[in-house]
Design a protein around this ligand. Structure first.
Ligand code: ATR
Length: 281
């Protein structure tokens, strides 16, 4: 039992969100601390929006080592911390806070976690690739920004609401060549795309029977990736697999966003294999 080893030197970490009961982060991060023999524990805190400011004061007063931040606090929490990393500023959301001797620094590890998972699990070299991102919400923004660091040739962002896609593409211009479009316009780029990434909620449990794009768009030479990890294999990934495409599921993103948080907190490499094992990856 972890608790038998807790003492006055134990560093404390956790995740805040509302709701929080479903979170798998405590399981994964406690396993990581244990594997690396770090005297630390990780809990889950149910913090409601009206208590967010107090929660951040508590983090300072209790001198917690850091926190992960999940829905619905990723944007508002930025008002209560001392410094925000460049990437998190561009994305406009923080999911990891490091307590650096009293200075609270915010990062966003979702996008970079996703890209590390994609690269390690597909062995894909993203340099010069032509990428289609489906969706234009917060997840798409994090992924697009992280991908821009990999020197792709072009990123198209296609969304049900065209305006959001155009806005997101425009805001990515300083970092990468990007174009926004309506989802029905993707037929125009059908022969130009190497990698398709779904960031929409289409296909998420329980609406497992839906794909965000028609099966006709899927070509054998494309790689397909879905941020959704429940179900593990979405309708989109099943259709792509049937056509012989390489596929990549969203559970890796969850593991690697946690791995980056672990690394920011401890300065040590995250024990990826142990984390994958406990997540039954
Ligand atoms: P997140 O932070 O997970 O990205 P979000 O900001 O709510 O969440 O974005 C959800 C994304 O899924 C959006 O791109 C949304 O499209 P709209 O901008 O048109 O709303 C997309 N999405 C959600 N439900 C959808 C559906 N039924 N069909 C197509 N796109 C959908």
């Amino acid at each position: 039992m972890l608790s038998s080893k807790v003492n006055t030197s134990t560093k404390m970490y956790g995740v805040i969100g509302d709701p929080i009961k479903h979170s798998k982060s405590p399981l994964m991060l406690n396993r990581a601390f244990q594997e690396m023999k770090i005297n630390a524990i990780y809990g889950a805190f149910h913090v409601e929006t009206h208590q967010l400011k107090e929660a951040m004061e508590g983090l300072r007063a209790f001198k917690l080592g850091g926190l992960n931040v999940t829905i619905p606090h990723k944007v508002e929490v930025m008002s209560y911390i001392d410094e925000i990393d460049e990437g998190a500023k561009v994305i406009g959301a923080v999911n990891t806070i490091v307590n650096d001797n009293g200075k609270l620094v915010g990062y966003n590890t979702d996008g970079i976690g996703y890209v590390r998972s994609l690269k390690e699990e597909t062995e894909l070299d993203l340099t010069g690739k032509r990428i289609l991102i489906l969706g234009a919400g917060g997840a798409a923004r994090g992924v697009a920004y992280a991908l821009s660091g990999e020197s792709p040739e072009h990123i198209w962002i296609a969304n049900r609401t065209t305006e959001r896609a155009t806005e997101l593409a425009e805001s990515m211009q300083p970092y990468v060549q990007a174009t926004g479009m309506g989802i029905s316009d993707i037929t125009k780029i059908n022969n130009d795309v190497d990698l398709v990434i779904n960031t929409t909620s289409v296909g998420m449990h329980p609406q497992v029977d839906y794909s965000p794009i028609p099966s006709l768009f899927i070509k054998e030479n494309m790689v397909f990736s879905d941020l959704i990890y429940n179900p593990r294999k979405t309708k989109l990934l099943s259709l792509a697999e049937e056509k012989g495409c390489q596929i990549h599921s969203g559970l890796g993103m969850f593991i690697y966003q946690g791995a980056y948080a672990f690394e920011y907190w401890t300065g040590k490499p995250a024990p990826i294999e142990a984390m994958k094992q406990v997540m039954e990856y």
